[in-house]
Write a protein that binds this ligand. Structure first.
Ligand SMILES: NC(=O)C1=CN([C@@H]2O[C@H](COP(=O)(O)OP(=O)(O)OC[C@H]3O[C@@H](n4cnc5c(N)ncnc54)[C@H](O)[C@@H]3O)[C@@H](O)[C@H]2O)C=CC1
Ligand SMILES: CC/C=C\CC(=O)/C=C/C=C\C=C\C=C\[C@@H](O)[C@@H](O)C/C=C\CCC(=O)O
Length: 257
């Protein structure tokens, strides 16, 4: 699928990986709705992006992915402004083992909300034109990360949900592909103040830092390369693409059938 003139929604679009995904989409000729809780930074970034890529290419919409109503309203506004939705990147996520219910609501439920509302506009069976939904998990969605069990659970949930949606789409004819990216550590503000975010597991912060040293740190562009591959390669559906500094690989899962 070529990205030129496609319409995309990115959650958590103002910082880090989401911002890089947004910039990549714009560079490839797509129009992008940037959804984020950070209104001031979001408006500033969008002004800059429209100067770089052309007026009206980027649209900032304040949205907390914890709210189904805000997701519905902002996706609707995207359709009214740009004329449809072809690509959704459910990227917004947090690390906080203390306020763990907020982490579940943001990281897992936010992805499910964004997927289901995205489908309302994209499903070929209900008048949409199909497209691709790419969710942001983590390597912690493939293997356990002892210092953050709830974060691990949310990311395992995102991987399982995306794979199941890929199979459901194929079986139902939605015309939408569903894929998930599982990066190891990425150079963003997310990695700041890790011990404070681990709550009752803050005593495992040193082990987490050692894992960062062992695995190394990815640049956001290594993640956007994965995004581009999953967005443009029409053969990819229900895939989990794992990326770490040594390279990227499609995850293989045990089959019970
Ligand atoms: N940085 C890393 O090492 C890794 C990050 N990830 C995942 O990538 C995704 C993005 O992470 P980063 O860019 O590193 O984080 P970041 O903290 O740099 O940026 C996150 C963005 O999401 C926004 N956001 C947070 N909560 C939100 C909410 N409820 N609704 C809407 N927007 C919200 C923030 O305002 C910010 O703009 C997350 O899902 C994270 O779990 C996965 C693997 C590694
Ligand atoms: C602290 C969280 C920071 C970033 C979030 C993120 O999503 C990054 C994840 C990066 C890598 C995750 C790797 C998980 C690997 C597991 O499967 C195990 O192999 C790790 C086992 C032990 C690690 C040592 C420890 O933390 O105790």
């Amino acid at each position: 699928m070529a990205l030129n003139n496609k319409i995309a929604v990115v959650t958590g679009a103002v910082m880090g990986i989401g911002r890089a995904v947004t910039e990549t989409l714009l560079q490839h000729g797509a129009k992008v709705a940037l959804l984020d809780v950070n209104e001031i930074a979001g408006k500033n970034l969008t002004e800059t992006l429209n100067q770089q890529h052309g007026t009206g290419k980027a649209l900032f919409l304040k949205c907390d992915v914890q709210s189904e109503q805000e997701i519905k309203d902002t996706f609707q506004k995207t359709v009214e402004t740009f004329g449809g939705i072809d690509i959704v990147c459910n990227n917004a996520g947090i690390l906080n083992e203390e306020t763990w219910e907020k982490a579940v609501s943001t990281n897992l439920m936010g992805v499910i909300r964004g997927t289901y509302v995205g489908m309302e506009h994209m499903n070929k069976l209900t008048g949409g034109r199909g497209g691709v939904i790419i969710n942001m998990a983590s390597m912690a969605g493939i293997g356990p990360f002892p210092s953050c069990p709830v974060y691990t659970a949310t990311k395992h949930g995102v991987v399982g949900f995306t794979r199941a949606m890929g199979a459901a789409s194929e079986a139902s004819g939605y015309g939408i592909r569903f894929n998930v990216i599982c990066p190891s550590f990425v150079q963003t503000d997310f990695l700041a103040n890790i011990p404070e975010k681990l709550g009752r597991f803050s005593h495992l912060a040193d082990a987490a830092h050692k894992l960062v040293d062992t695995l190394g740190i990815l640049s956001v562009s290594e993640v956007t390369e994965c995004f581009l591959e999953l967005a443009t390669d029409e053969s990819k559906n229900g895939e989990a693409l794992v990326v770490f500094p040594k390279g990227k690989t499609y995850a293989k899962f045990p089959s019970v059938l």
